[in-house]
Design a protein around this ligand. Sequence first.
Ligand code: G3I
Length: 537
Amino acid sequence: MPSLLQFLPSPTKRAPMGALPLLLVAALAFAGPQPAAAAGPPAAAAPVVTSTTAASMTLDALAEAHGRYFGSATDNPELSDAAYTATLGSEFGQITPGNSMKWDTIEPQQGQFNFAKGDAVVDFAQQHGQSIHAHNLVWHSQLPSWVSALPTGQVRAAMENHITTEAGHYKGEVYAWDVVNEPFNDDGTYRTDAFYNAMGTAYIGDALRTAHAADPGAELYINDYNIEGSGAKADAMYRLVSQLKADGVPIDGVGFQTHLAVQYGFPSGMRANLQRFADLGLDVAVTELDVRVQLPADAAKSATQSDYYRQVVEACLGVARCVGITVWDYTDKYSWVPSTFPGQGSACLYDENLQPKAAYDAVRAALGGGSGGGDDGGGGGTGNSALLVQYRNNDQNATDNQIKPGLRLVNTGGGAVDLSTVTLRYWFTADDPGGSPAATFDTWCDYAVIGCGTVTHRVAAASGSPAGADHYLEVGFSSGSLAAGASTGDIQLRLNKTGWTAFDESDDYSRTTGASYADAPRITAYLGGALAYGIEP
Ligand code: G3I
C-alpha cells in the first residue's frame, strides 16, 4: 500500500493543495494510481466518488481525487472583474501569476523592488485557499533593459540579488517557483540571453542554488514550452535536468507549459515523455495549458480542442509524479493568445462570456466528473442513456501471463444511467492449448476512480467461440448512477489464468496497443442485458 507521502510532491516541502482538508488528504492516500502487483489480490479499494458527487465537484476537487491540483493563471487587471474572480476563486485550487512576479514588474530598475502586484495575487490566492506556483525568476523575456545592458561581469550578482530578494520576499507564501523559464531554443540549443552570455549554462545551477537558499521550502522548477512531446527540445531539457540532478543541484520539478494549437497536432508521446522526467526523481506539472484554434472556431475545431485537453489530463493522470495542471487563464476573455497570434484564439476552457465550453466538459470527463454544461457548438447529446466505452492497454507485453485493460464508461446521453444495469465485455482468447480442463481465471480491479468496491468482474466463455474471442471479461457495477455527460473515470482491470500460463493477446478481439484512452467499439456495453454500445465479435 503506498503511503500518503508518495502522493504529495515532496514530503519535506509544502504541499500544493494549500486548503486541502485533512480528511481529504487522508483519502488521497488511497486515491492515487496504484501499481498493480504481479499477482495476488488487488490493493485496498479507492474511496467511492459517486458520479452524482463528481457531477457537482469543481475541476480542482476532481483533480484532488487523483492527488493533483487544477489551477489557473491570472493577472492583476482581471482581479477587479467580479464575475471572473467568482469562478477563479472557486473552480481552481492553484494560482500562477501570469505577469505579476516577472522581473520587469518586480525590479524595473536595479535595486528598486515593487512587490505590490505579486502581493495582490498572493492575497487573492490565500483568501481562496489556493496554492501559488510562482512565475518566474530568470527569463530572457519581460526582462528590463538595464539587465541586458549590464557588463557581463555584473550579471551574476544582479541575478542572485534579484532571486534572493524576490524569493525571500515570498518565502513561505508560494508552493513552487519557476526559477528558470524557457532556457532553450526550439532546436534544443541554449538561448543566448543576458544570463547565458555572462555565465554560460552555469547560470541555471546558480539560479537554482540561490533560490533554494532564499526559500528552502519551495519546489524549484525549470519551465519551458514545446517540450511536452518527444523531440530535440525535450531531449535537451532531459539532458539538462539529468545533469543537474547528478550534480546535486536543488531542482524539484519540470514545468511543461503546454501551449498547444489544434493545427499543429498533439505532442507525440506526451505521457511517456512526462514519465521519463519523473523517472529522474522529479515532479512534473502542466504549467500553462491552452489549446488555440484558427478563428473562427467551429464544431470540428472545438472537438479537436476538447480532445487535446482530454489527452493532456490523461497524460498527467497517467504519471504518478505529475502533480497538477494549470491553464494559462481559464477564459478567452483574458487569454494571451489573440494579441500574440493574430487570427487565433478561443484557446481556453471558458468563452469570453465566462461560459464553460466543450473543452471544459472534456476536462471534467477526463478527471472523472460529469458535464458542466459546456457548449460544443455542434448540438447536444445523442439521446437518453447513450453509452460510450473507452479503452487503453495497460500492458504492452502481448505474450505474458496477464491482460490489463483500462476501461472508462461515458454516459453521452441526456439522462442518468443506473450503473447496476450496465455490463461491459472485453473479448479475448484464453490461448489454452490443452483446453481440458478448460482454463479458469482470476480477475482483479487494481484501481478505479469510482472505487473498485463498486466494480464487479468475472470471465465467461463466449458462445460459439468467435474469432479472437472465446472468452470475455465481464465488468459490472454493484451500485451507483452515471449522470448525463459523466464518466466513470479510469478503471484498471487485470486478469490471469489460474495456472498462470501465458496469453497471446495479439489476435484478441478487443485489444489495441493504444496506451491512451480512445473510443473502443470492440468492447461492448449492455444496458439491462441489451447491447447498447459496440460491435460484438
Ligand atoms: O503592462 C503593459 C501595459 O502597461 C501596456 O499598456 C500594454 C500595452 O500592450 O502592455 C502591457 O504589458 C503586456 C503584459 O503582458 C501585461 O499585460 C505586454 O505588452 C505583453 O507582451 C505581456 O504578455 C505576456 C507575455 O507572457 C509576455 O511574453 C502575457 O500577458 C503572458 O500571459 C505571457 O506569459 C508567458 C509566460 O510567462 C511564459 N510562457 C509563455 C506565456 C505566453 O506567452
